[in-house]
Design a binder for this molecule. Structure first.
Ligand SMILES: NC(=O)c1ccc[n+]([C@@H]2O[C@H](COP(=O)([O-])OP(=O)(O)OC[C@H]3O[C@@H](n4cnc5c(N)ncnc54)[C@H](O)[C@@H]3O)[C@@H](O)[C@H]2O)c1
Length: 366
């Protein structure tokens, strides 16, 4: 299973021919959130209209709660009333919220219409828009209701990131660095060298970082689409800890990428504590993660203020656990991750969290 991913500025011009080449009609439901509508609507709509597209525009509030069955239900009604049928497709222009909701609607409407992702956050460009996992939230948990629905195309224009707040850039950068850790040592070294240029959105570094991250994700997904061999699970490096932190932060006060960065710090310590990762590689990884700039108050209140026990307890409600065992992705060395099959003693996990807390507390002082 794979999608065609195009990383280019401008990415939408020539969409008519591209859609035809991929067997897509020029009848498209375009979904934005309020912010991406304000920022990109005129440009996107003008480009598509000039290419002869027939369009239906939808907009949802720019918040996580838009990923709900209620929101989808309302949008289905607008689509039905507008005569959208199976011959249409859907273009999602936004971050992970719009991408997940748009993908969910496309997967379910008329038993499924094609979706094209046009991600506008760094997280969406490098992670959520790729791989076909689409979901909405249920009051009992995040991302619980959804589908595997591969996008026909992923159209990425890194220049869309110019308006993205710095906090979101660093949150997205967490996933970029994650790809280096799990799959590509050379990329990791390159990220280390150009970290400040990428986070300052300097070209060609930004486009190269997006291109390589999206291609690593696509490659992993292609080899293990339904997460059966453990390979796709390595994309969850740092995420077992991160999901616990996000839960403690009520899914509101910590960006996903912030939780993933803290989670990767814990996972590096755990990899070292269990004897898989050398001291030198541990230190190298920690040095890179210490370069992330997150609001200090958030780190204090949403990580340091919690006990290690509280975090561990909240990690157990992670939906990715199997038979109530926590599953950890660990590093053998930079660029090589694996899913640990054995059970990890809680004491080892607590030790790793303690060490991560001490490291973050020291780093936060500087
Ligand atoms: N499907 C997957 O595989 C997958 C993977 C990771 C995360 N996710 C999901 O992704 C969501 C988070 O995505 P996100 O971090 O992109 O958040 P988001 O979609 O909420 O976007 C963050 C904020 O940035 C704004 N924004 C978007 N593009 C902008 C731009 N170019 N300039 C200025 N502002 C812009 C949005 O309106 C929003 O306010 C979560 O719901 C998460 O569950 C899905």
């Amino acid at each position: 299973m794979s999608s065609t991913i195009i990383v280019n500025t401008p990415v939408l011009s020539g969409a008519g021919a591209l859609y035809r080449k991929h067997g897509l009609t020029a009848k498209t439901v375009v979904i934005f959130d309020e912010n991406t509508r304000n920022l990109f609507r005129d440009q996107v709509i003008a480009t598509l209209e000039a290419e002869g597209f027939r369009l239906l525009e939808l907009t949802v509030p720019a918040r996580e709660t838009s990923k709900s069955l209620n929101a989808a239900y309302r949008l289905y009604a607008t689509m039905i009333e507008a005569g959208v049928d199976r011959s249409w497709n859907l273009l999602a222009v936004g971050g992970g919220v719009v991408g997940d909701l748009g993908g969910f609607i496309a997967a379910s409407y008329y038993r499924g219409i094609p979706v094209v992702q046009c991600p506008t956050t760094l997280l969406a460009m490098t992670d959520s828009a790729i791989g076909g996992k689409v979901a909405i939230n249920h009051p009992l948990g995040k991302n619980l209701i959804g589908f595997f629905h591969m996008p026909e195309l992923v159209l990425i224009d890194p220049s869309f990131l110019r308006t993205l707040p710095e906090r979101e850039i660093f949150a997205g950068m967490a996933e970029v660095v994650k790809y280096g850790f799990i799959a590509d040592r050379t990329f990791l070294d390159w990220l280390e060298e150009h970290f400040d240029r990428i986070t300052a959105l300097k070209e060609p570094f930004l486009t190269e970082a997006v291109r390589r991250s999206s291609s690593i994700k696509a490659d992993v997904v292609e080899k293990d689409f339904r997460e059966t061999t453990g390979l796709r699970a390595t994309l969850n490096f740092g995420h077992t800890f991160a999901h616990g932190l996000e839960k403690l932060a009520e899914y509101r006060y910590l960006r996903h990428g912030e939780a993933v960065t803290l989670g990767m710090i814990c996972a590096l310590w755990l990899s070292n504590g269990l004897g898989y990762l050398s001291e030198k590689d541990l230190q190298g990884g920690l040095d890179l993660l210490a370069r992330f700039r997150f609001p200090k108050g958030v780190i204090k209140r949403r990580f340091l203020a919690h006990s290690s026990e509280a975090l561990l307890e909240n990690m157990f409600s992670d939906k990715k656990k199997l038979d109530s065992k926590l599953r950890f992705v660990l590093l053998k060395k930079p660029g090589e991750a694996f899913l640990l099959e054995e059970n990890v003693d809680d004491r080892e996990v607590l030790k790793a969290i303690e060490r991560a807390r001490a490291f973050v507390a020291t780093a936060a002082k500087h």
